[in-house]
Design a protein around this ligand. Structure first.
Ligand SMILES: [Zn+2]
Ligand SMILES: [Zn+2]
Length: 247
């Protein structure tokens, strides 16, 4: 109900671009194209350069990770434009912003027509082409049903739908964890323990792409991947719009 009210209010109060304050749009194209894709991907563990966002040999050896790769579309500057867009999308539901964020996602995986003003990363295209050929499903990180009710939508599911592959909500969230951004790393890990499970009737597939809007330490993705791996999935590739600085 809440998001309908917010949408109604936005009709009364005129819109202005989140970047340049230009009138009557929530985001103008000029500002949108200032958001660039990351030049190179990183090892999800130690953040050294890694072509396809896979773990470096050292981090693989250390273990503790359940997903296999993490692709991050763009940089997440504190109070930067992308952060503003994501927050507005999440907390003041706006389909207009969803389209922009979806565009960023598909540009990163190379599924959008290349735009001269904002080229994608061709080296990732082959990685994703291969992955999407083998991947049966795209899985959004789930929201707890209480939060889903409050928000009215799962932002990860909306983003997942842009990838143009079958989206399946394989996971559910049993525990309504506190807002992760407000917790320390230790607290996050504790909060996430056993927070997810596969939905009843789950039939295992070999590879999935797990989607979320942002990640920080990667612990949410890791817990989801753990559950998927225990249920027989062999490869979990993750993709997020942006990654914040982990604490
Ligand atoms: Zn603008
Ligand atoms: Zn590493």
């Amino acid at each position: 109900m809440q998001h309908f009210l917010k949408r109604f209010l936005s009709l009364i109060f005129p819109l202005s671009c989140l970047g340049c304050k230009a009138k009557s749009v929530l985001l103008c194209r000029v500002c949108f194209y200032t958001i660039s894709l990351l030049k190179c991907q990183e090892c999800p563990g130690c953040r050294c350069t890694s072509q396809y966002g896979e773990f470096c040999p050292r981090c693989s050896k250390l273990g503790g990770w359940y997903f296999d790769s993490l692709i991050v579309c763009s940089k997440y500057d504190k109070s930067g434009l992308l952060q503003k867009i994501i927050k507005n999308f999440k907390y003041k539901y706006s389909k207009e912003l969803a389209v922009y964020l979806g565009d960023l996602l598909i540009r990163c995986v190379g599924k959008s027509e290349s735009r001269p003003e904002s080229p994608g990363r061709p080296e990732l295209y082959t990685f994703f082409e291969q992955l999407f050929n083998e991947v049966a499903l795209v899985v959004p990180v789930p929201l707890h049903k209480k939060r889903l009710k409050d928000r009215g939508f799962n932002q990860a599911k909306i983003l997942a739908e842009f990838l143009g592959r079958p989206v399946c909500e394989l996971l559910s969230r049993k525990i309504n964890t506190p807002h992760q951004a407000k917790c320390s790393r230790q607290e996050r890990l504790k909060n996430l323990e056993n927070a997810f499970c596969v939905r009843p009737g789950f039939e295992s597939v070999s590879k999935v792409v797990l989607v979320d809007d942002v990640c920080t330490t990667g612990s949410t993705l890791n817990e989801c991947a753990k559950v998927l791996k225990e249920a027989g999935v062999s490869y979990v590739a993750c993709i997020v719009l942006a990654r914040g600085d982990g604490r």
